[in-house]
Each structure stands twice: as C-alpha cells, then as structure tokens.
Design a protein around this ligand. Sequence first.
Ligand code: AMP
Length: 432
Amino acid sequence: MSEPKPVIQKVRGMQDFLPNDSEFVSAIEANARKTFSFYDFKEIRIPVLESSSLFKRAIGETTDIVEKEMFSLTDRGERELCMRPEGTAGVVRSYIENNLGVPQNQKQFDKLFYVGPMFRAERPQAGRYREFNQIGAEYFGDASPSADVEVIKLALSILGRNRIEKPVLKLNSIGCSNCRPGFQKKLIEYLNQKSGDLCKDCQRRMAKNPLRVLDCKTDAGALNDAPKSIDNLCAECRRHHQEVEGELRWARIEPTIDHRLVRGLDYYNRTVFEFYAPNKSGSQDALGAGGRYDYLVEMLGGRATPAVGFAIGLERVMNLMKEMGREPESMEVKRIGTYVAWLGLDTRKPAFQLVEKLRDAGIPSTMSLDEKKLDAQMKAAGRRGMRYCVIIGEDEIKKNKLNLKDLRSGAQMEISDNNLIDHIRSADEQPA
Ligand code: AMP
C-alpha cells in the first residue's frame, strides 16, 4: 500500500455548496428569475475574469474593494486581470462593448439581470465570504425617480417571493456632481474638527474619500451630528429624492432614511439604498443594496446613460431563511418525493416504469437499482427525504394494487395505480 496522499482543501473563503444548500440556493434563484420575468428584465451572463482596470475605474481606486480586496492575477501576456468583485462594472462594460445602448437596441436591452459568484478577499466570517453569489439587476436609460422605485420594488419582490416579507429599506440621497462638492466641503470641515476621534482608516479616508467615513461602523459615536447629504442637495436632487419617497409610499413601502448610508462604491449618485432583515442592522446583515449611477456608463467610455440597479446576496438570503425556518417555494415539490420499493425480480420492470410515470407527472421519484430487502429500501427512502414509499410486491401485481406508505405519518394504504398520482399531488396541498 502506498502512503495516503495529503488531502487538498478548498481555498480559504471559497464555498462548497453540498446538495441541500445547492438546492436551496437554486430555488431562491428560480424564484428570482420568475420575478425578473414579471418585471420584464432579461438575463445577461458576463465573465468572472475582467481587466483590473475596469474595477479600478468603476469602483474607484480608494475603495476597500480595489485597495485591498481584489483577487488579481497577471496572465502570461502580462495583462492585469481580476476575479470580479461585483457585477455592475462588468454589465456596464458589456453594455457599451455590445452597443446595447444605441437607439435601435436600447428598449430591448434596457433592463438586465445577472446571477453568479463574486470574489472579494475580505476577512472571512459569518455571513461574509470571499466567494459569494449575487442576484443583481441594472436598469439603463431612465433618469426618473420612478426607475429607482421600480428596481426597489423588484428587489423587494424577489425577497418577498423568497418569504422575506417586509425587510427594512434604508434610503438616502448622496446628491450629484453639482451639489456633492459643497456637501463634501462641509463634511471635511466637520471631520477635521473630529479627526482625533476617528479611527486610522478614516483619518486616511478623510483626505481621499470623505463620504466613506460616514460608512464607518467604528466611528459611529463621533459622527452623530455630522452634516447630512439630504440637507445639502441641489433643487433637482431634492425633488428627485422627494419623488422617490412619494412613489415608494404609493407602493406602500415605508423607507427608513439613513443619513450615514453612502455605499462603499464611488459610482453612485442620488438614490442609494440597502435592505436589512427586520431587527438586524450589522454590516453582515445587509441582504442587498444598490443605487443610481448616472455617470458610470460615460466613465467607462460609453455615451452618457442614466442607470440604477441593485445586488442581493444569495447566501445572506439563504442564511436568513434558514434562521426563520423557511424554505423557498420551489423546493416544496420535494415534499411529495416518492420512493418506489420493489420486492422480487419480477417487480423490477413495473417499479422502473412507475418511477418514470411519477417523474413525468412532476413528482420526484427514485428506486433502488439492485435487489434489496424492504427494510433497506424504506431506510433509503427516509434518508433521501422522501415523503412516500410505494411498495410493489408480487401480491400487489396480482391484485393490480399498490401499497403506499406515508413516511411522515406512518399511515399505509392500498391504492390503485390510476389514483396514485392524484393522491400524492393532493398531499402537496396539505399543511407540512
Ligand atoms: P455590495 O456589492 O457590497 O453592495 O453588496 C451587495 C450585497 O451582496 C450585500 O448586501 C450582501 O448581501 C452581499 N455581499 C456583499 N459582500 C459579501 C460577502 N463578502 N459575503 C457574502 N455576501 C456579501
């Protein structure tokens, strides 16, 4: 015998989704896709690997993501590449590169969504991973407050369809290139007075990116009476913000105005927002976030195009659902999973055919491929999380009946082949 080989482990912060979790996130994704189609958003798939310069330009050189969290590499042609840390920059790159914004294409490609993994070299901890998945949407070409409200409603609807009803919506406006410099000046004056109370990171940020100081969790105490961006908006931005609030209320959505909400990325203007589970507000508790980014398309070389979008963290949604003891809708079909047990080689073919019939009827079904004792088959059904076990023995074949056991209640009954599917389906409507 040769020496056992050393085991190779996954890279720190990367994730394996084993079958249960995999199914859970796929169901969340499926619900999101359904919601996107109701809102007429179309899917775009973009590469994981992009040029580092894309994120440097889009997200900003002085953000945490670009400064310290990018998974970067140099390829054999000495090109600097990076595993995408977020989706918006890539979608905008693709939007420009594929001419999606030209008048003949615009209406066809103005509402896009993506689902996929993102990579950030953050310190891994609960709810914070180095590889995580986002469900995101981008709405191009509409500068109106209604577009902001449309994407907020869409995000809430995705969360709602995944049984996270009424999350907290935090909202703020960070102004535009007209009014933000004035606000920034006031903020710097304030921060200069407080600089002794600020953490090292913020003292550094103050000079390069003062808005980000507002985001700091450590310095919350020192920032209580910091100037508010909302008090320093130009007339246009103020009107925009008021209309967003007003239209949200039409949709019976009550935002919580958060003056410290500025978002970590440079590309936002005007409306910024975040979603939290009720009663949770830690930075690992954000379910999703987004905002308006009217300058980004132009910054990345396209024609000036207003845009607004969001990204929801898939793992955060899953973790919260599990905490609340909820399952995504489309997983429930599993509750009627049916194992077909067979006894004696003559019953193998009818069992085989029944499994096919159940599957064709949309009922998850499986069987043992080799001959096993009934006991072992029942155990396998239980371990597979099946709701029912159908037993086919020679007796059943003679009588033209099947034996159906409800593994949840333990009840057993004889049933004719013709009634089996309706009976199993009707169990789906009974409470769990
Ligand atoms: P951001 O792109 O930073 O605005 O993040 C949008 C959403 O993605 C957050 O609200 C989280 O739900 C999720 N998210 C961001 N970073 C991580 C991470 N490191 N691990 C897990 N989820 C994350």
